[in-house]
Design a protein around this ligand. Structure first.
Ligand code: MSP
Length: 534
């Protein structure tokens, strides 16, 4: 194991039966940006994503397609690998819950739970939503029915689809025993759930009391068998949540060192719809068996489609005809534009209002007109005035006061403070401030005028060095969002060795530029988009 500190971040594991969509891509890119940022900060990062393959929903979908559940999962898994590859997701591992490592870990969990005395056999009689793989009590269902006036038809309080009655023998997890322990966890670690308004929601829910939950099923068999009761398969969420621990060696003696190094995870990033599983049941499961809980569960909001004319946002869905596929966005913005738009224009903790109009606006303003334009003008001038090279740097050039150096002063600290709390838009604003300052600096200093006077060659070299330095720092700071573009910009300045820095702060210190090295002008990084035809 390396001497670097561990940073372990996870996405939820996605159900296989829907193709990867904008929402799953959103969460996965969010984690990727964090993983890349932490690698650049010198951490030994493990970034995990994967697939949730068990449960009744998957079994039924497989039956409908005349396949075994495993064949069905195997047929869908490649689509996830492909889209993550396209979107430059740098995950270090990909877990599927049907893998041997997960089966062993879940069975070990059962044994540990039994030893600890937190499971017991009983019978479950209540409601179940198969698409959500969630149990609901009579009271929850009645309340939702009244609110929705469903007239006798019982619909899922979460998704509104028909519920099914489940009456079967079941193993239960004594969740009710964890109310005080969870409240103590939230009190001691108020940032266990982020953002803080979600912490309040979770706390209020737990204060309302917790009921034991059913964690095994007998009426179908697509799940991990309970080791001491083979009529039962593990409830899909009890299985799925454990994946985060499995991937770093929970219950595997051969991975004891890795587990000690990696666990607990720093971040479980999830959507707001699955916080109760992650902020209540998951920590209770870990507490029951005496394992540490993750440092943070970060809940992101939902992507909603915004109507640019009315400003109203609506849920994205196929039936409303407003669903946007990842490929549609890639076609418009390219992969790096896609990543930049979702990560900087949506506030991760809140619901995001997205639209093609806004995508074009952000792309043109920030990427084509500001970042792309700055790079192209500066590299062109540098190549033109200094014979295809960066200027030779005078002794002490980096100490010369100038507007860009002032903006760049302390930029890495401000950026890191925002990145650490997943405030990506705030981090981006820091970089954009430098980029805007540099574009203004070009206008104000007018290098083309200085270049006409050979007596001002030193001044020209200083101006160009300041601009190139601002670009170098911006490329580093934008790299977690747009890794390929940043690597390309650094390459064009003969700084490719810097692209994979493990010391971002040092890399962002003013003065790192190399003088007298080749400059490549290259094609436009972000060609301007023409406004969509109405
Ligand atoms: N399999 C469970 C998670 C188990 S984790 C131990 C699951 N899978 S899912 O495929 O339904 O995952 C969905 C993830 O995508 C959730 O985090 C959910 O919040 C997210 N999104 C689904 N639609 C979304 C949007 N419209 N916007 C943003 N994210 C959304 O739940």
């Amino acid at each position: 194991m390396a001497d670097k500190p561990s940073f372990y971040i996870t996405t939820p594991i996605y159900y296989v039966n829907a193709a990867p969509h904008l929402g799953t891509a959103y969460c996965t890119i969010m984690c990727d940006v964090m993983a890349r940022y932490k690698r650049a900060m010198g951490y030994d990062v493990k970034f995990l994503t994967g697939l949730d393959e068990h449960g009744e929903k998957v079994q039924r979908a497989a039956e409908e397609h005349n396949m075994t559940p495993q064949e069905w999962c195997d047929s869908l898994a490649p689509a996830f690998h492909e889209i993550w590859h396209t979107l430059e997701i740098s995950n270090d591992d990909f877990i599927r819950t049907t893998e041997e490592r997960q089966i062993k870990a879940v069975q070990y969990l059962w044994e540990r739970m039994k030893e600890a005395g937190y499971i017991y056999k009983g019978s479950y009689d209540g409601w179940y939503c198969v698409p959500e793989e969630t149990y609901f009590t009579e009271t929850q269902v009645q309340k939702a029915d009244e609110e929705r006036h469903t007239e006798g038809q019982h619909l899922c309080p979460d998704c509104g689809r028909p519920l099914e009655r489940v009456q079967e023998e079941s193993w239960f997890f004594k969740l009710s025993a964890f109310q005080d322990k969870l409240l103590a966890l939230y009190a001691e670690h108020p940032d266990f759930v982020m953002p803080d308004f979600r912490m309040n929601e979770v706390r209020t829910f737990v204060e309302g009391g917790l009921k034991d939950i059913s964690v095994s099923r007998t009426s179908f068999d697509w799940g991990i068998p309970v080791p001491f009761d083979d009529k039962h398969v593990t409830y899909v969420w009890f299985d799925a949540l454990l994946n985060y621990a499995t991937a770093v060696g929970f219950g595997n003696p051969d991975m004891a060192d890795e587990y000690a190094f990696r666990w607990p995870a720093q971040f479980n990033v999830v959507g707001k719809d699955i916080i109760r599983f992650h902020c209540v049941i998951w920590p209770a499961m870990l507490m029951a068996i005496g394992e540490a809980v993750p440092e943070h569960v970060f809940a992101h909001g939902f992507l909603m489609v915004r109507d640019d004319e009315t400003g109203q946002t609506r849920k994205m869905s196929k039936s409303l005809g407003n669903a946007i596929a990842p490929q549609d966005v890639i076609d418009l913005l390219g992969v790096e534009g896609y990543r930049y738009y979702f990560m900087t224009d949506c506030v991760p903790g809140e619901d995001g209002g997205i639209s093609f109009g806004r995508m074009e606006q952000v792309y043109n303003a920030d990427l084509a007109n500001s970042w792309g334009n700055l790079v192209s003008r500066t590299l062109n001038m540098s190549a033109k005035y200094f014979d295809g090279k960066t200027p030779e740097l005078a002794e002490g050039w980096a100490d010369v006061e100038n507007p860009l150096r002032s903006v760049a002063e302390g930029i890495a600290d401000r950026y890191c403070a925002a990145m650490d709390r997943i405030a990506y838009g705030v981090a981006k604003d820091e970089v954009m401030e430098l980029i805007h300052a540099a574009n203004h600096y070009i206008e104000d200093s007018a290098p083309w005028g200085i270049a006409k006077d050979p007596a001002r060659a030193g001044e020209l070299a200083q101006v160009m060095a300041n601009l190139l330095e601002a670009i170098r720092i911006s490329a580093h700071l934008l790299s977690p969002f747009m890794p390929t573009t940043s690597a390309e910009v650094l390459r064009r300045m003969s700084l490719e060795d810097e692209a994979d820095t493990a010391d971002l702060r040092a890399a962002c210190a003013w003065g790192g530029l190399k003088g007298g090295v080749a400059v490549t002008k290259g094609d436009a990084l972000f060609p301007r988009l023409q406004p969509a035809k109405k």
